[in-house]
Design a protein around this ligand. Structure first.
Ligand SMILES: Nc1ncnc2c1ncn2[C@@H]1O[C@H](COP(=O)(O)OP(=O)(O)OP(=O)(O)O)[C@@H](O)[C@H]1O
Ligand SMILES: [Mg+2]
Length: 460
């Protein structure tokens, strides 16, 4: 073997390597790297390579509306529009061509059919009156398993189905925020102030007790004082979907992972896991929406714990591979340890004081197979099904080229214009996410119905 055939990692001369090496990097080194990236970014943006941030939702055709959204025959749909000139009539690209509608118009049409149409048909989705929105967390500490894709597609499906949807991004990577075109300058436009407000309220109560005992109160710093004046509604942004709102995330949200444990150290009795649930509830957010989707980071940190504690339904995306199955098992192990230790800590005090003990409870917990490749993963998925039983949702979300293929501006198959794809590819891609939604909707309706019956029983 001649020396030229050697792999590249042999014969590296240490002196030459040293000569090639820069000085050690200090903290300010990061600032100059960030500065270089910023300059590059601004340059690229100046050349029109950045998204303008303004996302626009495409239009929906009569075919798509009657096929997927409002279950009526096309001819009947056209007739109803003709008889009711006040209803949105759609626009066409050519005279006599197919009619296209905005989602806003579709929602108005759906409301009309719901009011005037056959009561036997399901124009408006089931939503028991007087009950709060259901919160759904999508979580797994393994990265890249499809959390954001699943949450985003479910949010869009639910919106197309006619629900009022709120999406909360707890991941400082902010993928979900960019799916919905959110603009977030810093942590003050994320859930961070809600957590701070919850702690500040705890501190205020605690201070009252201190004063009663004759102890000195703990001062509220600027952050906590400012947070006291912030409501969840003020954090909500509109998106390009008329019935999807967003509480976004941004890199600074990660700060919460450092700040929350400091607060918890100072205020031992603070129930940090209830921060999101309590503040959303107190602000009436649960009455403003039907379904709230919470996207979480690939970690079991304080933000994820808040999201999980707030959730009624927990979905855990997992690929049908040994590694993902294995790590998902450990994720459930960690969930058990984490929530059990919270319960034990709380109940120790509760027992001592003769108060009622607490226990976390979820309406439903489901693992969902994502990015499924039937030609390679059928056996693995079958094994997972055998071991997990009902916990694994029977529908497997297929790997679809639509997600990767959909151009720069389009993030989900529901946003893609079907004319850009081969009909077959489109129909199959859409089918798999429609089925994911159907499986989820069945959990949602079941959970609401259970609450509704319990409410009726309690009123007897
Ligand atoms: N059904 C699917 N078909 C094809 N590609 C998919 C599908 N679902 C997700 N992907 C792709 O897999 C990648 C990871 O998905 P996603 O970002 O949803 O995962 P995640 O769990 O949110 O990741 P992270 O842990 O970084 O937050 C993305 O590139 C996404 O486009
Ligand atoms: Mg994600």
């Amino acid at each position: 073997m001649s020396s030229t055939d050697l792999p590249p990692y042999f014969r590296i001369n240490p002196d030459q390597a040293l000569a090639d090496l820069d000085d050690p990097v200090t903290t300010t080194g990061f600032a100059s790297i960030a500065g270089a990236a910023r300059a590059g970014r601004d340059d690229l943006a100046g050349r029109g390579l950045a998204e303008d941030g303004q996302r626009h939702l495409r239009l929906f055709s009569t075919w798509e509306i009657t096929r997927y959204l409002i279950p009526v025959a096309q001819a009947h749909f056209r007739r109803v529009l003709k008889q009711n000139p006040d209803l949105p009539q759609g626009q066409s690209e050519t005279t006599g061509g197919a009619k296209w509608f905005t989602l806003d118009e579709v929602l108005r049409l759906r409301a009309f059919f719901g009011r005037e149409g056959s009561k036997a048909k399901e124009y408006v989705p089931y939503r028991p009156k007087g009950l709060p929105a259901k919160m759904v967390a999508v979580a797994n500490f393994k990265g890249g398993v499809g959390k954001t894709s699943t949450a985003a597609h479910l949010a869009m499906s639910a919106a197309l189905d006619g629900y009022r949807v709120l999406v909360i991004d707890l991941d400082s990577q902010a993928s979900m925020t960019s799916v919905f075109g959110g603009r977030v300058d810093d942590e003050w436009q994320t859930v961070f102030p809600l957590l701070a407000r919850h702690y500040a309220k705890h501190l205020q109560l605690d201070n009252q007790r201190r004063l009663d005992r004759g102890d000195a109160p703990q001062p509220l710093d600027d952050t906590l004082t400012e947070a006291l004046g912030i409501t969840a509604q003020s954090l909500v942004q509109k998106t390009h979907w008329p019935n999807i709102d967003l509480i976004g995330a941004q890199l600074n949200l990660y700060w919460a992972e450092f700040q929350v444990p400091v607060w918890r150290m100072q205020g031992r009795g603070w129930k940090l896991w209830d921060a999101l649930t309590d503040t959303l509830d107190a602000d009436g957010i649960l009455d403003d929406y039907d379904v709230i989707f919470i996207d979480t980071p690939p970690a079991l940190g304080y933000l994820t714990i808040n999201g999980l504690a707030a959730a009624d339904i927990l979905l855990v995306p997992v690929g049908a591979s040994f590694l993902e199955f294995d790590s998902t098992g450990r994720f459930f192990d960690m969930l058990h340890t984490t929530f059990q230790s919270i319960e034990e800590g709380e109940n120790l005090a509760a027992r001592a004081l003769g108060r009622e003990e607490m226990a976390f409870q979820w309406d439903a917990v489901r693992a969902v197979v994502t990015r499924f490749d039937g030609s390679q993963q059928t056996e693995m998925a079958g094994l997972m099904q055998a071991y997990l039983g009902k916990t694994l949702s029977p529908h497997r979300q297929d790997f679809t080229a639509l997600i990767g293929q959909a151009g720069e501006q389009v993030q989900g198959i529901y946003e893609a214009d079907y004319r850009d794809f081969n009909r077959e590819t489109y129909a199959r891609g859409r089918e798999t996410f429609d089925a994911t939604y159907a499986a989820f909707k069945s959990l949602l309706l079941g959970a609401w119905r259970r609450d509704e019956l319990a409410q009726a029983k309690a009123a007897e």
